[in-house]
Design a protein around this ligand. Sequence first.
Ligand code: CA
Length: 641
Amino acid sequence: MSVQRETEVSIHDRDLAKQFNYDGDDLGVMYSPEGSFFRVWAPTAWKAEVIIYSDWTKKAEHSYSMKQDSGGTFTCYIKQDLLHRYYTYRVWIGEECNEAVDPYAVAVGVNGDVGAIVDLDETNPVGWSRLQSDSSISPVDAVIYELHVRDASYDTKSGMTPRGKYIALSQPGTKGPHGIKTGLEHITALGVTHVQLLPIFDYATESVDEQRLDEPHYNWGYDPKNYNVPEGSYATDPYCPVSRIKEIKQLIHKLHTRGIRVIMDVVYNHVFDVNNGNFNKLVPNYYFRTLPDGSLSNGSHCGNECASEMPMMSKFIVDSVVYWAKEYHMDGFRFDLMGLLDVATMNEIRRRLDEIDPSIIMIGEGWNMPTVLPEDKRASQQNSHVLHRIGQFNDIFRDGIKGSTFMHTSKGFVNGGTGLEDTIKCGIIGGIKYNEQLRGFAFEPEQTVNYVECHDNLTLWDKLIASHKNASEEDYRSMHRLASAIIMTSQGIPFLHAGQEFMRTKQGEENSYNSSAELNALDWERCAYFGQDVAYMQSLISLRKSHPAFRLRSAEQIRKHLFFEAAPTKCVAYTLRDHAGGDWDRHLYVLYNANRNHVHVHLPHLGYGAWKVRYGSELIHSLHDGGMEVSGVGMVVLALQ
Ligand code: CA
């Protein structure tokens, strides 16, 4: 077929499909032992069938014709017990006949090439229930820890088995080099409140073939294939459709029993493969954004963009998020390239999640991407005024702390950069409008996610080395600690990358999405070596948790209680006054010092009593009524009761 012809078909198909919407909640397969009901949206097809297979190799098929139903759907009821059978849909569109996996499939065979029929009730761990919703919790109370399932246990010294799998991370009591805690125990001891898992939906990539897991393989997983099914390569048996479902539920359940909530990294902005993907096979040229010439819009830089503004794509995304929240008890979602999704879809997700549990967190990458979606419809930083209770990563703060992410030699506040005090202040206030000079993209602190490293780009440790040559290990450690201290005391939602607490390195690799598992794995020997830094991070998390002043709920409270104080250059000082947020300390004084040499700071006179040290005593030379002498890069927190 010529390109010209494809373009003509595409416009025709989309116009036809747009005339049909289905708003029911029964797309996919409804299983019961008596029979299974199938419904698929395929408005441009003139004929459709359910194909039932007895095994994943798709031999021995039985086809059942579907009947046209409301809203452009086809349905079929098969009155027999189809448990553990496999299925696909076959649709006839014009002269073409396509076979596709159900986008609403909740289980699949190996590599996700065929849907599977399972009884989800049989996949639940003993005691499976949602964590209690707590209306007193705000997203700013969260401490998020971003982790890749395979990274956690791939290191042979992790003491966790089976290496790289969901269940290794659910294993209690594991120990590593020198007897340190690893995996679940390490995370529990650290004190984080939320573990954010890099993609755990079924992804497709040449580098991770679920049938060749005995060969070296690795991927972050930002290649969606089956949105409503867990990834198979982290399961002990990717051939068994319930294995992956049971095992990730076991992991979630185990984290929940430790009081740790789970955030899922979701990638609704693009799919791995449009032409061979299920959406386009069922409804060609509907689900993806196109340019005027008919070619795919590519704001994701991954080849395509999901057209979240199209009603049935929007519905799919909303249904998918709600499914994970309900079936897997997810406590939060992190939206990859959220700036490519539309505002209305994001707000509909917020509304639907609130019906389940308002404490479910939503955060996302609100970058402004080169898409055909109009600017005012993008779920990006500049539209945060219409994205209430959705957090967005603060890249300006990130770069202010450590230097430009994309220019390796660029320095930030902690590693020798100058003139960055106001950038740091804009981060401290949670990116809200504090006054005319100090303001960010946010309107409330829960709209800002503060971080200095994540899976993308150089780790903080590698960035410090790239930007600041010939410093001692001790110097790098102090810069690194200060960066983490700034994140953990600033207003907004703090976010850590797994291994940040032990100076994670990827040996200078800035995009390790398909690097070796060895390079990406958490290095538990390094965790033991940097044990003091792990303890430092633990104490930072504990400091944040014990002081509500660092977790102010509203922009109004921040403007009322947070005051910037005079400080020398390469220092930022502020107070949190008058029992901010109900803090048991009357006033807190916070100093971020990026000077290696002695500095003297004046302390504000805020009433009777003497300032007491709450944090960073090792930096303090002298402390008296009017001031303090400190030396070395780091953070000091004082309190006046
Ligand atoms: Ca897969």
